[in-house]
Design a protein around this ligand. Structure first.
Ligand SMILES: NC(=O)C1=CN([C@@H]2O[C@H](COP(=O)(O)OP(=O)(O)OC[C@H]3O[C@@H](n4cnc5c(N)ncnc54)[C@H](OP(=O)(O)O)[C@@H]3O)[C@@H](O)[C@H]2O)C=CC1
Ligand SMILES: O=C(O)C(=O)CO
Length: 334
């Protein structure tokens, strides 16, 4: 039985770290191989490369398209080392009989919220610029690095889910911010529980001095932060994105940074990842880019690894992963 299982760990270069005790548990289940694929690898090619593998531990790339599932031999499980079903065609997975899972919400909540706020503070307080200046021997130039404070600001949080609700709490209770929240399916009471006020998107854009983007990506919100929406923002607003790069129109961000409409943009995510070393964002001191490392804390990576490994164990034992259903593909479990 154990020899029949072949587990592929895909694009683990972006996992941050896989702990040895997790690898050992995987190796007890069957053979384990690591693969690195280009994020745009065609589905059929991906299916051929993963022939014979019946379980996949997957990163945020590559895309498991319908073409992938059409050409894939047996595949029991894709367990995402992270949150977000958006690189997996769930309907095609269902037809193929593949269970798809993501890590349960609480595993990444603190780490991602911390990163959204950390990047925001680094941007507003100009931490990276001033620290780099000190390393160049420029301590005496400190007057060049006057930043902007976060305490007491009006902050808009777009997407008040697991991460967004934690960001609301941190900003409201920790920074005395007046927090406005937009999330289509969350009630005013739910948002209020965390310390925020539910508003419509236009009001959030018009009133916020700082905006935190924490929404999940879907077909309807591609380039949610467009030129038109940036035009509605306050002059000199700050924006922090820990969710997905494609939620913003990157060209519109650059235009707004150039003309001063945005005072700065902090992002952990780019529309095309991995980000290239000549990405235009890297030319601006008031754009902070981190390499999709929101989940990279020892605590969070331990939790993510645990979930992926226990999902493989569950599938081998013929049961569903033992955790909240919202982190298992609804198309497979319904
Ligand atoms: N940088 C990183 O390392 C990480 C990034 N992420 C990304 O962050 C995203 C958010 O994570 P998490 O909070 O756990 O996910 P959740 O699904 O808990 O929260 C996302 C929320 O955004 C809402 N939403 C969707 N579209 C819009 C919109 N147009 N306007 C306002 N709200 C919207 C969703 O509503 P509904 O559910 O009703 O659609 C949901 O309530 C993930 O989907 C993932 O893409 C997650 C973990 C790590
Ligand atoms: O969980 C995710 O979707 C990520 O973005 C990385 O952990």
């Amino acid at each position: 039985m154990a020899q029949e299982n072949k587990i592929a760990i895909v694009n683990s270069s972006s996992f941050g770290r896989i702990f040895n005790h997790h690898l050992k548990r995987l190796e007890k289940m069957g053979s384990v191989s690591r693969f690195e694929f280009d994020s745009a690898i065609p589905g059929q090619e991906l299916a051929e490369a993963l022939k014979g593998y019946n379980m996949i531990i997957a990163s945020v790339t590559p895309f498991f398209t319908s073409d992938f599932f059409e050409h894939k031999d047996e595949l029991k499980l894709i367990t995402r080392h992270g949150i977000g079903f958006n690189n997996i065609d769930l309907e095609a997975a269902k037809k193929h009989g593949t269970l798809v899972s993501i890590v349960p919400p609480l595993v990444e909540r603190d780490a991602v919220a911390e990163n959204n706020v950390t990047n925001l503070l680094a941007l507003m307080r100009r931490t990276l610029e001033s620290a780099a200046e000190v390393k160049k021997g420029g301590w005496e130039n400190r007057a060049e690095f006057v930043g902007s404070g976060l305490c007491g600001k009006t902050v808009g949080v777009i997407g008040v889910g697991n991460t967004g609700s934690r960001v609301v709490e941190i900003l409201h209770y920790g920074f005395r911010c007046d927090v406005l929240g937009v999330d289509p399916n969350k009630t005013a009471l739910e948002i209020n529980t965390f310390g925020g006020k539910k508003v419509e998107l236009d009001e959030l854009l018009e009133r916020s001095e700082v905006i935190c983007l924490c929404a999940s990506l879907n077909e309807a919100n591609y380039h949610l932060i467009s030129k038109e929406r940036i035009d509605k923002m306050k002059q000199g607003a700050y924006l922090s994105n820990s969710a997905r790069g494609a939620l913003v129109d990157e060209a519109a961000i650059i235009e707004a940074i150039e003309n001063g409409k945005l005072a700065g943009y902090a992002t952990d995510v780019l529309e095309v990842e991995p980000g290239s070393s000549d990405h235009l964002f890297l030319n601006y001191p008031n754009i902070v880019v981190t390499p999709h490392t929101s989940a990279y804390t020892m605590e969070c990576l331990e939790g993510m690894g645990e979930v992926c490994v226990s999902d493989c164990e569950a599938v081998i034992e013929g049961r569903l992963p033992n955790r909240p259903v919202q982190s298992v593909s609804p198309y497979v479990t319904e």
